[in-house]
Design a protein around this ligand. Sequence first.
Ligand code: UN1
Length: 486
Amino acid sequence: MSAPSEPRVLRSILGGQQVDGVGTRPNVNPSDLDDVVCVASVADARVAEDAVEAAAEAFPAWSHTTPWQRAEILDRAGSEVLARADELGDLLAREEGKTYPEARGEVVRAGQILKYFSGVALQPHGLALDSVRPGIEVTVTREPVGVVSVITPWNFPIAIPAWKIAPALAFGNTVVFKPADLVPASAWELVDILGRAGLPDGVLNLVLGRGSEVGPVLTGSRRVDAITFTGSVSTGRGILASTAGTGVKVQLELGGKNPLVVTGHADLDVAVECAVQGGFGSTGQRCTASSILVVTDDIHDAFVDAMTARMDAWTVGDARTSGTDMGPVVDESQLAQDRHYLDLARSEGAYVIGGVEVPSATSGHFLAPALAVGTAIDHTINQEEVFGPVMSVVRAADYHEALALANTSTMNLSAGIVTTDLAEAAHFRRNSKAGMVMVNLPTAGVDFHVPFGGRGESSHGPREQGPAAVEFFTVSKTSYTAPGIP
Ligand code: UN1
């Protein structure tokens, strides 16, 4: 038993049992590097194999539970997540570094997702119809896929796991869940809550291990039937390449390079708010973050001035201190990446507002929000995902040029426009090549009861969330029945 002052040790959970790993990894608070949130016992490939085995063994019974049994468990888990939103929000802010209001909001979202999919479990998902041939009846039913590997990123430590795990369970699949190394605590709590809500052992297994060690098991085991992954383009592409030819279902949510168009018809205050919330909310560490601000010439200078003033008043600091607008960058390598892109922008001719290191009482990775002005669409900063509190401005002659520039993105997840002109808004919604379009809203911040996903390099496979989730988490069966008597 650890002394109360020592950080608690979190272990993988297999078949309902806590399992030790082969090493440990401290989970450090990015707002205060001296604060160890917990220690993860790090699993090796053998633990991952056992987790897949446990999920495979649990599948036959779980896939035959009634929708009501599954709905009740998800509902109970959702209630506990919502009831503990303050505490879990604090934990999330402490391990990931988004502000407490953002973190609490994410926990509430996770609770709502669990409740939403509790309802989905009870909804009809099939079809019954007459054949085109006389006397024959046709049914189209949805069956669980089997064992699903769920691999999630650090930037949404509880909401993304919830939006993958909840539909997987609702439709009768079993799960092996590997959260990102940086955020084991929120993941562990979610699995613990679902277990206590009544999930049978082995239905949801948690593997706390490095991607390089346990990833190949979760994506390569013959007993895994589907893989859902959110993370980097390169890792996603690797999963796709390694599974080509195996027949396993793969769903990928990868990068985003999201434009926000601001036209001369925009309300300046609305435009600035959409930009700062979309670009600097969650420290810009969202695949839906507004990244390129495409601003028409008539409003460009006024917009940059208003942004500069807003950014001056933006408070960067400890994620859990009230009044903080933006928490730290998640870790040192992410901070180095942000700096690298700012240096590149300068070397390609941009003028950078902000982007300096922020002094703080605690040691942490604090970076002031940054705006690179005077960039061209082909500059590196406008071509690659930064994943930090960094935006750039591209000047467009008019709305039509702005639309064309916005549509050059190859990671078309989310695109936005700020305008009060109805015709412009309607034209943009119709002609944007992004998977999600926001009008007078930040590009980030999505609902859970509607599909989520992008185009181009951003997504692969069926959309996540809302009514779309049934596509990935079930397989369709078409049955034909004749009377069998002459
Ligand atoms: C949001 O903007 O509300 O990894 C969610 C990400 C996305 C989730 C964004 N999959 O940032």
